[in-house]
Design a protein around this ligand. Structure first.
Ligand SMILES: NC(=O)c1ccc[n+]([C@@H]2O[C@H](COP(=O)([O-])OP(=O)(O)OC[C@H]3O[C@@H](n4cnc5c(N)ncnc54)[C@H](OP(=O)(O)O)[C@@H]3O)[C@@H](O)[C@H]2O)c1
Length: 360
């Protein structure tokens, strides 16, 4: 029988996140996969960092973090990949000096073109939610891994997630969004590519108004919000990350490449329960926020958010919450040690609510 909720975070209190394996303290920052000799031989030529999903949340935060680092900005020219280079976000990126190129992750020739001359690559794959099929995503990741191997990429940083299928010994079959990425990670490891895996936590942005924070009517008709999820309200199983901090984790992996090769980093600031999230929102914004634990039936009956409109997708989402509740989002991995990855503190949910324009 499943426990009421995964006990890890509650036993250990709030955890920062963890790296798998030992991290060498005080190891010299690496400027790239190239030796200094090669670097100087390239004269003023910079190395090339290719960032997939450049106009999206993760890729965008990676580019921003790299641009904020004087060392990395001096070391890398950034090539940002998306499909539509005419989008305003793509044009804005180009104005900041990013070479924005169009390529589909579903076309090997596009990938080959996008990776031409690449020294380092950040890869985030696309999970096409409504299809409820991770095979396309897995193919995207394998294609990039194959081309990276072909051209000898020195550092591949992949936005991965744990395998639900493995952790549940095959009991949960529809954790596609995680399993597709876990299969890619396995493949990259099999190819023995120089890689780091940065597992993205649950975006704090998802708890902004209009997302999982729904408008509700207060007792006297005053404004209020509600969070309704199919997990116990006091279970601290949601590993939240401000997406801006995701890029900082990737930046740390780029800077200390050797220390993080082969490692998995868990990009989350801390675990939160729905009740904690609600009380932070109430305290910071002064607007009451209620929490409710939904039964499975209630969750499935919800009108799915736009773009996530199929019943199958809603079932998949339900299982994702069960996974978090029963096993932990990161499969029960202990979450401490993010201070070993980056020295600056990650954004707390309270800080996010105070500063995010989504709440203004
Ligand atoms: N939301 C969460 O809490 C969470 C947590 C962990 C992991 N994730 C994972 O994060 C991934 C999504 O990343 P995100 O949040 O950064 O997405 P996003 O904000 O929706 O951005 C997607 C980016 O990828 C590009 N893109 C989409 N499909 C593409 C394709 N077929 N070929 C080339 N480029 C493509 C998009 O640009 P164009 O549209 O111009 O191509 C855009 O730049 C998903 O795999 C999801 O499972 C999400």
């Amino acid at each position: 029988m499943s426990p009421r909720c995964w006990e890890g975070p509650r036993i250990r209190g709030f955890h920062l996140f963890q790296t798998v394996g030992r991290i060498k303290r005080g190891s010299a920052p690496l400027r790239s996969g190239f030796s200094l000799h090669q670097h100087h031989n390239k004269m003023s030529q910079k190395s090339t960092l290719v960032v997939f999903g450049a106009t999206g949340s993760q890729g965008g935060s990676v580019i921003r973090a790299v641009q904020e680092s004087a060392d990395l900005a001096a070391q890398y020219r950034v090539r940002g990949v998306c499909r539509d280079t005419n989008k305003p976000r793509a044009k804005l990126l180009a104005e900041t000096g990013v070479e924005v190129v169009s390529a589909s992750l579903n076309a090997v020739e596009d990938i080959r073109r996008a990776l031409e001359g690449a020294d380092a690559v950040f890869l985030v794959t696309d999970y096409p939610g409504n299809n409820c099929d991770g095979n396309l995503e897995t193919r995207q990741g394998k294609n990039v891994a194959d081309v990276a191997r072909e051209i000898g990429v020195k550092h591949l940083i992949f936005s991965s997630l744990p395998s639900i299928l493995q952790a549940t010994s095959g009991a949960v079959l529809n954790g596609h969004e995680f399993d597709a990425k876990a299969r890619i990670e396995d493949y990259i490891r099999q190819l023995d590519l120089p890689a780091t895996f940065v597992h993205a936590g649950f975006y704090m942005e998802l708890f902004a108004p209009g997302q999982l924070l729904k408008p509700a009517t207060g007792e006297s008709g005053t404004e209020s919000w509600a969070i309704s999820l199919p997990i116990p309200t006091d279970c601290a199983v949601l590993p939240l990350i401000d997406i801006i901090d995701y890029g900082k984790m990737v930046r740390a992996a780029l800077i200390r490449r050797e220390a993080f090769l082969g490692k998995s980093l868990y990009a989350a600031q801390a675990y939160y329960s729905p009740a904690q999230i609600a009380s932070i929102v109430t305290a910071v914004k002064g607007t009451p926020c209620a929490v409710k634990e939904l039964s499975d039936e209630e969750f499935l009956a919800l009108r799915p958010r736009s773009g996530l409109s199929t019943r199958e997708r809603q079932e998949e989402q339900l299982f994702m919450y069960h996974w978090m509740r029963d096993y932990g989002y990161y499969g029960g991995a202990p979450l401490d040690g993010n201070h070993e990855v980056i020295r600056e503190p990650l954004q707390t949910f309270e800080g996010f609510v105070k500063t995010s324009t989504a709440f203004s």
